[in-house]
Design a protein around this ligand. Structure first.
Ligand code: ADP
Length: 471
């Protein structure tokens, strides 16, 4: 099949979160199954063109109508690991950051319009749009005569970000304004439009696919999603196991693998040294990597941290997010030097040293479409302590309930439940010796690589193609 992806962030070129991991590794897995995949992403200014050998000028240029004006778009591209990546380049789209501007909706609407302009020349079998930034690709493709045979798939990586904007954005790219029932007057909900129009809708774990049909997790779109329930798929993400590999990781002090974990103790000591934690081989290190926002349970984390440190744990936190929480963490770190190491920033290499050097990994999310932190942790033999919600519930099994489990989990979103799970983890960790090593070995042996999930994606594309033919 010829499959065209579109996403705002794609690793390794630009990454803010898990979307980049998926858009940067699922295409390679599809390519190794024999499919022809092209990935479209904006040419963000932060992309290191030299490092990746991306040409600054495009092989093709289009001038496309954009409101009353025209926008000039270039399409430089590269091929890597069997996947073609096309960087959609325009002064109206490219910025330093991937998100965070007042005109994000306009920028991404133009991105979608520009992708369609490039697709009509050689129509793919499947157009696969990811999250609200690429959502308008679905209605735009449906209106392009040359793409009428192309099946459309829309994947929700996070329903909390829907691209709610002014309906004027639709007109800019030539779409009609007719309102969806879910939209307020004058408003466009870009994600809702893709959910309504795509041949197939998917999300990134089985559990989240069920949860989003309920008011608790549906973010006001549960009614619309229930209408599409017959075409809604849940496929749990994989990770790039070549990139996240403790046996080959160039960023860590000592490589290790499931059958010889001796390097992990060296990585732990190196992490303590690097981050200014007390050098103590026996103290359990808890890692936290991610956006410091409500979704990730940052309120539970800050509530439980002092208790965890009192119990003799060490905490390494890497993330950015809500300024109020960043300040709380700064205060906590100042009071707990040598026991709590805080890095406010985005640092992929440090993240890998934390995944390797920590003993346990905390992810008490309020909701979690899939979550990659726990999957990367398992790969590094770092035992996850998570809230059993969304993809965390799909991928982490509590060892106290299941002897073949791989971590610890709790259900109720409250600090007592979270600290209870941590206490159980500490108890097992302190008993140390063989059982803990076995738990780690089991975690490391689990297969969260892409090939199996990629096959499910292919099945889904076939279903989408069938739906398109029927339409
Ligand atoms: P999100 O909801 O942010 O997409 P995921 O768990 O799905 O959460 O994916 C987050 C990805 O981003 C993981 O690969 C994680 O290691 C990485 N990440 C998050 N924050 C940081 C950071 N501050 N520095 C480095 N990597 C980070």
């Amino acid at each position: 099949m010829r499959i065209s992806f579109a996403a705002a962030e794609v690793a390794p070129y630009a990454k803010v979160g898990g979307l980049a991991d998926v858009a940067g590794s699922l295409p390679q897995a599809l390519a190794s199954l024999g499919h022809d995949v092209t990935v479209y992403m904006p040419y963000h200014r932060s992309i290191d063109a030299q490092k990746f050998g991306i040409p600054t000028a495009g092989a093709r240029t289009h001038s496309i109508p954009y409101g009353a004006a025209r926008a000039r778009i270039e399409y430089p591209e590269i091929s890597r690991d069997g996947v073609r990546t096309v960087f959609v380049r325009s002064v109206r789209i490219g910025r330093d950051k991937v998100y965070g501007y007042d005109d994000d909706a306009k920028r991404y609407a133009l991105f979608c319009r520009a992708v369609v302009e490039d697709l009509v020349d050689t129509p793919p079998d499947v157009v696969h749009a990811h999250d609200w930034h690429a959502a308008l690709l679905v209605p735009l493709a449906a209106r392009a005569r040359q793409l009428r045979k192309a099946a459309t798939v829309f994947t929700i990586h996070n329903l909390a970000y829907q691209g709610r904007t002014s309906a004027a954005v639709l007109k800019l790219v030539g779409l009609p304004r007719a309102r969806l029932p879910i939209e307020d007057r004058g408003e466009a909900n870009l994600m809702a439009r893709a959910i309504a129009a795509a041949d197939i809708v998917s999300t990134v774990s089985e559990r989240y696919a069920e949860e989003i049909l309920t008011p608790e997790f549906g973010e006001r779109l549960e009614g619309l999603l229930r209408k599409r329930q017959a075409d809604l798929w849940g496929i749990t993400n994989g990770i790039d196991t070549k990139f996240f590999d403790p046996a080959q990781d160039p960023h860590i002090a000592a490589p290790y693998e499931a059958d010889d974990q001796s390097g992990k103790a060296i990585d732990k000591a190196a992490l303590q040294k690097e981050t200014g934690l007390q050098r103590d081989a026996a103290a359990p290190i808890f890692g936290v990597i991610g956006r410091l926002v409500e979704q990730k349970g940052v309120d539970l984390l800050t509530a439980v941290a002092p208790w965890l440190l009192e119990k003799g744990g060490q905490l390494v936190v890497l993330g950015t997010g809500d300024p109020a929480y960043e300040q709380k963490w700064r205060d906590l770190a100042a009071k707990n030097k040598g026991r709590l190491a805080l890095t406010l920033g985005f640092d992929g290499a440090l993240a890998q040293r934390i995944y390797a050097g920590a003993d346990l990994f905390l992810m008490p999310s309020r909701f979690e479409p899939c979550g990659l932190g726990q999957l990367i942790s398992l790969r590094y033999g770092t035992i996850p302590v998570v809230r059993a919600v969304g993809g965390l519930a799909t991928t982490v099994r509590d060892v106290d309930a299941d002897p073949r489990g791989n971590g610890f989990s709790f259900i109720k979103y409250e600090s007592a439940a979270f600290s209870d799970a941590i206490a159980r983890a500490l108890h097992r960790y302190k008993a140390d010796g063989e059982p803990w090593r076995q738990l780690r070995t089991r975690a490391m042996h689990e297969d969260h690589s892409w090939p199996a999930a990629a096959k499910r994606y292919v099945e889904m594309y076939m279903a989408a193609a069938k739906a398109r033919r029927a339409a």
